[in-house]
Each structure stands twice: as structure tokens, then as C-alpha cells.
Design a protein around this ligand. Structure first.
Ligand code: FES
Length: 355
């Protein structure tokens, strides 16, 4: 006989930030209300909770402020039943919990493989944005980078204290600031790596040119590497695929394929548009909750309808939209130009494509 852990009791401690993550992971067990989160009455029954052990462990893991707790008991089961996912101890570390309860964690939809382009000036096919990657990682894994950042020696003592604090003990705004800081750091590192690569490549090409006596033929390439234009900001234009796939979407639909590039593609009755995924409150990244038909920010609970209009939480305004156009049959999003609803800009040409 094999052994298996089953959850016998689940509860929520103080400090819930009403982010919806638990209800998404275990909708039978948790109910998020306007200003709180509760255990559904059925889930207080041990026999109801046991078969939902895996979902409860998932919910505890997804909780950004670690307020979901549970108790479990070990039972003996037939060997084939033991192969089914089981719950882990409430005190076990997250990694250990996942080992015992091997349900896949929820992740953002991965980007589709970028299409190759032979034109150097063509818009990018959608390389993940490093700062967006850092925000996503930090916002979905209990502080992520933000929670483990090291202190720098030359920082003021007050900042040192703040950075040394456990993110869970900080007010929401400070947690969010850590997330943004980690994102900015990741972006800087990405640029530095790019510069190192360019510099080393130029050096190698230079020596090759001297060695084989073909300086003239490699001159243009050498010059290209040495010119400062290699340090320009990445092209803000992202190719997001053919129009066909957006025509197939139903009105109110959301496409998350380009979330790693910072874009949600949305379909409305007569148009498509590109939403900026950055929360307009303080810059976190909301989650798309398809069952609730809304975007929900995990930092302070702001909620947005599928078209980006805000309707709950502290955010003062809707999500922004990017410029969008069709070029050579491909939909291209230009992140350098944004349109704001509250300024009446969502009716401007360029903020949508009619379908
Ligand atoms: Fe505060 Fe999104 S950053 S609600």
C-alpha cells in the first residue's frame, strides 16, 4: 500500500489582498467577494475538501501573500491510486509541495514562436520584453526576484532596511515597488549583455580582418558594429500575426499570446485593439481571468473589463491601448504610441483596426 496526503482543513489568515488567485485555482473551495475572500461553506466539510487537495495546494502556492493555510493527513491507498496527485503538508516548502502535488502551475500563455524576417528594418516578430518578463516572474512567485534582491553597500540605511524586509511584511505599495525595481534591473542587465556582445563581436571581426588582409571587405560590417546605432532602444513595433486569427475571435475575446511582449490583443464588436498589460494604478501586471471575464491586478485588486475599462479597485483610469496597423498582411503593434480612454483617444485612427 502506498501513502498519500489529503487535506482535512483549510483556512485563510489575515492579510488577504483580494486578488482572485485562490478562486481561480480552486473555485469550489474559495470565494472572493468585493473586499474579502472566504472558504465556501461546503469546503469546511472534510470529505468535501479531501478530493480537492491538489487544487487547495495550488491555491496556497498561487497566493501572493501566503495567507492560505491547511492541515493534511496521511492515508494508505492502493498503489495505482497513489499515482494520482496528492496534497502536501501545509508546513512544507513550496518546492516540496509541488513534488507531492504535481499539478502544473498556472502560467501566462507562452508566446508563439516568432516568424523569421529577412528585412533588417521589418518590425520585430515579438521577442519577449525583459522588463515584462521580470514583472511577470516577480508578480507570480511570492516576490520572485524582488523578494531575494541583495542590498547594495552605498544605499541609505532606511532603504537598506526596506530592501531587507520580508516582502510579506510590507504594505502593498512597497511590495509593488520591489517588483518594479526588479523589472528595471532586469532590463538594465539585458542591455549590458547586448553591449558586451556587440563589443566582443566587433573586436573579433577586427582581428579577423587584419589576419586575413581583407580589411576592406569587412570594413562595412566592422563599421556597423562600431556605430552607436547598435545601442538604440529595441524596435517598439511587434508583429502579432495575421488578421485571420483575430477575425476568428468572438467579441469580448482576449488573446494572451503576446503578453510576454506586454500586449493583450482584444476583439470588440467591430474592431480589434492592442491593450497595454501594465496596470494604470502603480504598474503591476494584472491577470486575465477568463471565467470572470475580467483582468484583475494582484497588487491592489484593480479590475478591468475585457475592453480595458476599469470598474473596481484603486486604479483611477482604464488600461492604455497601443497603436495598431496592418503591414503586408500582418498586424503590427507599435508600443511607442499609446492611446488613453479618458482623453478620448480610443476613437482616434491608429488605436484600432476595423473588422
Ligand atoms: Fe495597484 Fe494594479 S498596481 S492595483
Amino acid at each position: 500500500m502506498a501513502k498519500k496526503e489529503l487535506i482535512t482543513k483549510v483556512w485563510i489568515e489575515e492579510g488577504c489582498i483580494v486578488c482572485d488567485a485562490c478562486e481561480t485555482a480552486a473555485p469550489d473551495v474559495f470565494e472572493v467577494t468585493e473586499d474579502s475572500c472566504i472558504i465556501r461553506p461546503d469546503a469546511l466539510n472534510v470529505e468535501f475538501a479531501k478530493p480537492r487537495s491538489v487544487e487547495i495546494v495550488d491555491a496556497a502556492e498561487e497566493c501572493p501573500v501566503d495567507v492560505i493555510k491547511f492541515e493534511s493527513e496521511t492515508v494508505e491507498v492502493a498503489d495505482d491510486a497513489a499515482a494520482e496527485p496528492a496534497a502536501a503538508s501545509a508546513d512544507a516548502p513550496v518546492a516540496e509541495a509541488k513534488k507531492t502535488a504535481p499539478a502544473e502551475p498556472k502560467k501566462a500563455t507562452p508566446a508563439k514562436a516568432p516568424a523569421a524576417s529577412s528585412k533588417s528594418k521589418a518590425p520585430s516578430a515579438g521577442e519577449p520584453d525583459p522588463s515584462i518578463q521580470a514583472l511577470l516572474e516577480a508578480a507570480t512567485s511570492r516576490g520572485g526576484h524582488a523578494g531575494i534582491m541583495k542590498n547594495a553597500d552605498d544605499m541609505p540605511a532606511s532603504t537598506q532596511d526596506w530592501k531587507a524586509a520580508d516582502p510579506k511584511s510590507l504594505p502593498p505599495d512597497a511590495r509593488q515597488a520591489k517588483v518594479v525595481e526588479a523589472a528595471q534591473k532586469a532590463k538594465k542587465q539585458s542591455e549590458l549583455h547586448r553591449r558586451d556582445f556587440v563589443s566582443n563581436s566587433a573586436l573579433a571581426i577586427g582581428w579577423t580582418a587584419f589576419g586575413v588582409g581583407t580589411g576592406i571587405s569587412v570594413g562595412p560590417a566592422f563599421g556597423r558594429f562600431m556605430m552607436p546605432n547598435v545601442l538604440e532602444e529595441p524596435d517598439p513595433r511587434i508583429r502579432v500575426g495575421k488578421m485571420d486569427k483575430y477575425l476568428e475571435m468572438v467579441p469580448g475575446g482576449v488573446n494572451e499570446d503576446y503578453k510576454p511582449q506586454g500586449i493583450w490583443m482584444i476583439r470588440e464588436e467591430d474592431r480589434i485593439a492592442a491593450l497595454n498589460i501594465i496596470c494604470t494604478h502603480l504598474g503591476c501586471i494584472p491577470n486575465w481571468l477568463p471565467n470572470d471575464r475580467k483582468f484583475k491586478c494582484p497588487c491592489h485588486g484593480s479590475g478591468y473589463y475585457p475592453d480595458g475599462i476599469n470598474f473596481e479597485g484603486p486604479t483611477p483610469r482604464p488600461l492604455e491601448r497601443f497603436r495598431i496597423a496592418i503591414k503586408d498582411g500582418i498586424v503590427v503593434v507599435d508600443k511607442s504610441k499609446k492611446y488613453q480612454y479618458e482623453l478620448g483617444q480610443w476613437d482616434q485612427p491608429g488605436s484600432f483596426i476595423l473588422v
